[in-house]
Ligand binder design. Structure first.
Ligand code: COI
Length: 354
């Protein structure tokens, strides 16, 4: 049960929805009319407001800018054919957000603000949920450290925000992926499992190098042997080998506990696959490819949903896949879309009604 929260709502005078081209929505470029803001001061969350989306005035000495106490989440909302709005598995993101907060020495957010605040915000801006296939309203909760002092310390004050962005597909086409051997994303004991801004900042240089070579993203490997596979770019990764679906396990704490990853594990299991969450190294992938056993490789994530990989490069060895012949990833993607659009029964209670 979510408590009723004290929230101040100020609505915009003129919506900008008619200036937004809903047939052309690049990922994360446009924002809805309103945003939610809450502030953590003196050990408590308060001053919760929903107000017009607007710039923030902050001081340049703010801790988040200097020492990276900044975390976020990615969630999606959809509309069914009757126009009812639903959020996909927001409680899972709520739990992960608070795990990230704990690891970054930030305060946990309350369920009222994260879940009920999000619900109220989407109720106000529900006309911004695109109705088109592969489109959704991307929800971006974030928390930043707002103390204004540049001594290295955990901030005492924080700001929590929720932004809404009507959006199209993240990757329009199957991807080319480069197996990264020089740079690392995460190490055991580090922050790889947390959705903190620095994990993404650190990925930009290796990704830019991969892009110069014609690749879309890198597949991260462990930081010691550079053989054990972690995650790909902004997504978790799955390998379909025979009747097995293999995805790197979470136990080392080096990869993100993806909500789409978990959803895909459930759906693959229901399709009859033996799903293995375990360590997998590049030699096993190459051996399976060479024996023509490696049927599909794909990434999963909230933004990207399920993204097929058409090329995987490890040193001089390039694996090619004809994604147009695949059966599994498209089937899982379709099932997921049907559940989200309420064309299929939501037997796992993944949909949260707005
Ligand atoms: C997501 O999949 O929601 C992400 O957060 C990935 C990226 C857009 C940062």
């Amino acid at each position: 049960m979510i408590d009723t929260m004290d929230i101040q709502i100020t609505k915009i005078k003129h919506s900008k929805i008619h200036e937004t081209d809903f047939d052309n929505l690049p990922f994360g470029k446009y924002f809805s009319d309103h945003m939610l803001e809450a502030n953590y001061v003196d050990g408590d969350w308060g001053s919760v407001t929903i107000k017009p989306y607007q710039p923030m005035i902050v001081e340049p000495s703010m801790v988040a800018f200097h020492y990276g106490q900044a975390i976020f989440e990615g969630i999606k909302a959809y509309k069914d054919k009757n126009g009812h709005a639903f959020i996909f598995r927001p409680y899972d993101n709520f739990k992960r957000f608070n795990l990230s907060a704990e690891r970054m020495q930030m305060p946990v957010i309350t369920e009222e603000i994260f879940i009920e605040g999000m619900r109220m915000l989407i109720e106000i801006d529900k006309d911004w949920i695109p109705a088109k296939e592969d489109y959704s309203l991307y929800i971006r909760p974030l928390m930043i450290a707002t103390d204004t002092s540049i001594g290295v310390h955990a901030s005492d004050s924080y700001k929590f925000l929720i932004l809404l962005s009507p959006t199209g597909p993240y990757y329009a086409n199957p991807m080319k992926i480069y197996v990264e051997e020089k740079y690392s994303r995460a190490a055991p004991g580090g922050v790889g499992f947390a959705k903190n801004a620095g994990n993404y900042g650190g990925s930009m240089y290796p990704t830019a190098i991969a892009k110069q070579q014609g690749y879309d993203q890198v597949l991260w490997t462990d930081c010691v042997e550079h053989k054990w596979l972690q995650e790909v770019g902004t997504m978790n990764v799955f390998f379909i080998i025979g009747n097995k679906a293999i995805t790197p396990s979470l136990e080392e704490g080096t990869i993100l506990d993806g909500v789409t990853r978990n959803t895909v594990i459930v759906l693959l299991t229901e399709l009859g696959f033996a799903v293995e969450e375990r360590k997998i190294n590049i030699d096993e992938v190459i051996a399976a490819y060479s024996q023509k056993q490696l049927a599909e490789v794909f990434g999963t994530g909230t933004a990207a949903t399920i993204s097929p990989i058409r090329e995987l490069k490890y040193r001089d060895f390039v694996m090619h896949f004809d994604t147009s012949t695949w059966k599994t990833a498209p089937r899982v993607k379709k099932t997921l879309a049907e559940i989200r659009e309420r064309k299929k029964e939501d037997k796992h209670n993944w949909l949260f009604k707005v």
